[in-house]
Design a protein around this ligand. Structure first.
Ligand code: NIG
Ligand code: FE
Length: 421
């Protein structure tokens, strides 16, 4: 301890395993790099003004020179992980749809429920009837629940409005959640989520979204990305192309729902357009993997949707072995994934997608951040990154964090330098 270290407000010491620390952000990790997310055994981490300012092995701990206002936390036997980054959610919605859950248990499929006017259209009806303030308060409650589970950054989509006013209402609510500055919130305009009653079909409706709703969204600066449900029975390749072209002209990056039930060439189209991400991919063909291995478009797996709808799980192992930077998110929504549990999503990455625990952690943290373009800010605990982390309950190893898949993981959660109660 020759030089001493002017440490900031919080010091976490004797950490059993510290994940994601480094001189800078871990950033987007592709293929074999996903195994290289850093893990330091017996470590310390220093935080000041909501940022990481230092860390490393306890054997190199420089000592404390300034005790003034310093909070010291002993984390012996615990892991400290970067907070989760949930890069795909439909968190803003009016109400749950457990009636459809029971219908599915009784034998109806997700698509049959949708064809009977349930599904997304059911959520759209409820959302249109709810005031913006009420929508904000139910959504805030959900966001706070996710924060308590250790989620430190979120993406939120529209797509339950399906008309000008209601789409704007959803996105305004998402922006208001972000304006609280509790965690970073990125927003995505998903007007093309389903075709509501009164339209001839997806072509006319997409045209309306492009001509009237997208410009209004841009005018109010309500969206960071655009999305479309590219799927048989929803929106086809032509409509996807129309929307992505319009968005590209306006400089709006794309994150697209694709290959959830069927593969139809949507992946190749998205890669061609340089989409940031393609999300779902429950159905994945060899040519889709090849496209993703060559382009910059990141695949995002949503294992809670696979679990809930009993769909195939995205072939994570195959994508990582092909060199892709895979992200895992929850898809939190009332129809296909009514859970924002990133811990469970990451654990399913191991159990059902063939990822090693460190790869699943990378997918759910730094690669989730890269899927939102905020990897320098969150998703790791590199110097300068946000002080957003999970102190786990006592665990023997990082692997145990995902092996113990169903039990609560965090003992404490710190987001942007504040402890979450
Ligand atoms: O990502 N597949 C499209 N959208 C959502 C589900 C929407 C809903 O059922 O409300 C999803 O799975
Ligand atoms: Fe989704």
């Amino acid at each position: 301890m020759e030089s001493g270290f002017a440490i900031g407000r919080k010091l976490i010491k004797d950490i059993g395993h510290l994940v994601g620390f480094g001189a800078g952000a871990p950033g987007k990790l592709s293929g074999p790099e996903m195994r290289q997310l850093s893990v330091i055994e017996d470590a310390w981490l220093a935080l000041e003004d909501g940022r990481v300012i230092g860390g490393g092995p306890m054997s190199e701990f420089p000592g404390i020179v300034d005790w003034n206002g310093l909070e010291v936390l002993e984390a012996a036997g615990r892991c400290v992980l970067p907070a989760w980054v949930d890069s795909h959610t439909h968190l803003v919605h009016a109400a749950s749809r457990e009636g459809e859950f029971v219908d599915r248990i009784r034998g109806l499929s997700y698509q049959e429920i949708a064809a009977n006017g349930g599904g997304i259209l059911n959520s759209a009806k409820a959302l249109r009837e709810m005031s913006e303030d009420d929508l904000f308060s139910v959504s805030l409650e959900r966001m706070e629940r996710l924060m308590r589970m250790g989620t430190g950054a979120l993406e939120i989509k529209s797509g339950y409005g399906l008309d000008l006013e209601s789409e704007l209402k959803m996105l305004r609510v998402a922006r208001r959640l972000g304006a609280l500055e509790r965690i970073p919130v990125k927003t995505t305009f998903l007007g093309c989520h389903a075709v509501p009653d009164g339209w001839n079909g997806p072509v006319d409706y997409t045209d309306y979204m492009v001509r009237e709703v997208l410009p209004a969204v841009m005018e109010e600066e309500l969206a960071d990305h655009v999305d479309i449900f590219c799927e048989e029975g929803y929106f086809g390749l032509d409509e996807t192309r129309t929307l992505l072209e319009a968005a590209k002209l306006r400089g709006l990056p794309a994150k697209v729902h694709v290959n959830q039930f069927k593969a139809s060439g949507g992946v190749a189209l998205c890669v061609e357009f340089g989409a940031m991400t393609v999300d779902h991919l429950e159905v994945l063909r060899a040519e889709d993997v090849a496209e993703l291995a060559t382009g910059n478009t990141m695949p995002v797996a949503l294992p809670l949707c696979s679990l809930f709808l009993d769909l195939p799980f995205t072939q994570g192992r195959t994508l990582v072995d092909a060199g892709c930077a895979l992200a895992i998110a929850t898809d939190f929504n009332p129809g296909s994934a009514p859970s924002g549990n990133m811990h469970l999503a990451a654990a399913l990455g191991c159990v059902k997608m063939g990822l090693e625990p460190i790869e699943a952690l990378a997918a759910a943290t730094t690669n989730g951040a890269a899927a939102l373009g905020i990897e320098s800010q969150v998703g790791g605990l590199g110097i300068g990154q946000e002080a957003s982390l999970i102190v786990t309950r006592p665990l023997r190893s990082v692997e145990e964090a995902l092996y113990a898949f169903g039990d609560p993981l965090p003992e404490r959660v710190l987001l942007r330098g504040h402890w979450v109660d």
